[in-house]
Design a protein around this ligand. Sequence first.
Ligand code: SF4
Length: 164
Amino acid sequence: MNNLDLEQKKNRILYRELFHKANEGFKEQITNLKVKSYCKKERVCCKVRYTGFTPAEILSLKQENDDTSSEYTRLFIPYGANSDFDYENNNQVDIELNHQQASRVNKDYVNSVLAKLPGPVYFYLCKHLNNNECTLKDEKSFLCDGYPSSVTRMRIQGLAGRSC
Ligand code: SF4
């Protein structure tokens, strides 16, 4: 290997290192930003999330291989669900009861959502929340980490975020 080849090789290694460090730094900044901006571990978004989809519609999306809906059914159940609720066989929910029960948990939020959104809205809660702690630990979902960015619309502009 002549001097020029050697120099080029050193430069390639140097650039690779620089890129690697910049990438790591970027990821760390994004993580810090997400934690500071969105998640204060108050579990607000674990207790009440909304979507325009009924449980049956979420199931239907899941059956079309939609990853978000599939994950949604793993985590969330609708307010007003019977004790034997399940997405596959017993997924009917009364919308009035759904709103009433969600209101008992976070009335201001529910009222704000209902006032701002024109169509039917359903509220859901996470079944893995126990004593305000997440029981999934290491199996947490991208729906938790990625909140509020999600294909299923669970949050509207100017509502959550303050108290999450
Ligand atoms: S899995 Fe844990 S963090 Fe995610 S919504 Fe449920 S309780 Fe909250």
